[in-house]
Design a protein. Structure first.
Length: 250
């Protein structure tokens, strides 16, 4: 009996290290429609990032998760801005403000519009639990995958006061997940080894609404709510999330 209880406890402990493939989808946007017209203006920020998580295994619940997100933006001139972000997912983007005054000229009552196109990427890996015969585990599979998506967004804003900007966006992401299961040491397999591919075409889309306040000429904060829909591994989940951002403009 003691041996059986020890094996159960050990299996439970090891099971906590196991995971199945899942698609974590970032819901944080924080893309203002205002861009500095002159080049080489840099801003950096740190925010929360709530993830809309879709597991591949249908026995696993649809969930959410949270990460810290670091981001930077650099104006390029003529209304263009390059962006980078890393958190739940990595993102490179190019924004173009095609309507309204630049950030350095903006005043109360101004309306601004911009488009943003980005490349979103991520990767993940883990070990999926095998089967047991007595106290021996077999067919334990490692897995890994890469995820790549194109992100397109339309952003509009209204400057309520010189310090307060209200803006929102509609966005769409289209991408794919490409990976595999593998056995590091095939000699450990007592049954057929799993070498199945991990593939999924998926998309994310939704809307966001944000309120940005400038505490000083350089320091600003943003509160954002997002309605996010994710479709991966033939499973879907819609979530309403809220994220906070604190940034500094040089």
């Amino acid at each position: 009996m003691k041996k059986t209880l020890s094996l159960i406890a050990l299996s439970t402990l090891l099971g906590g290290c196991y995971s199945s493939p899942e698609s974590p989808n970032s819901t944080a946007r924080f893309a203002s429609p205002e861009v500095n017209k002159s080049p080489f203006h840099l801003s950096v920020s740190l925010s929360t990032d709530t993830l809309n998580v879709i597991p591949m295994d249908t026995s696993d619940d649809l969930t959410d998760d949270s990460h810290l997100r670091a981001a930077a933006e650099l104006s390029l001139g003529y209304g263009f801005e390059f962006g980078w972000a890393a958190g739940g997912e990595g993102k490179y983007s190019l924004k173009y403000q095609f309507y309204g005054k630049g950030r350095e000229e903006a005043s109360s009552g101004d309306i601004s519009h911009a488009v943003n196109i980005g490349y979103v990427s991520g990767d993940d890996s883990g070990i999926e639990a095998g089967n047991y015969i007595g106290d021996r585990e077999y067919n334990k599979s490692h897995w890994e995958f890469d995820k790549n998506s194109i992100d397109v967004a339309f952003i509009s804003g209204y400057r309520i006061t010189p310090e307060l900007l209200l803006y929102g966006s509609v966005f769409y992401q289209d991408g794919e997940i490409d990976g595999r299961y593998y056995i590091p040491d095939p000699s450990s397999c007592t049954r057929i080894c799993k070498t199945d591919p991990i593939n999924s075409d998926g998309n994310n889309y939704g809307v966001s609404l944000a309120l940005e306040y400038a505490f000083t000429h350089n320091l600003f904060g943003t509160f954002e709510v997002t309605q996010h829909h994710a479709d991966w591994f033939n499973r879907t989940q819609s979530k309403s999330t809220a994220n906070f951002n604190l940034g500094y403009r040089f």
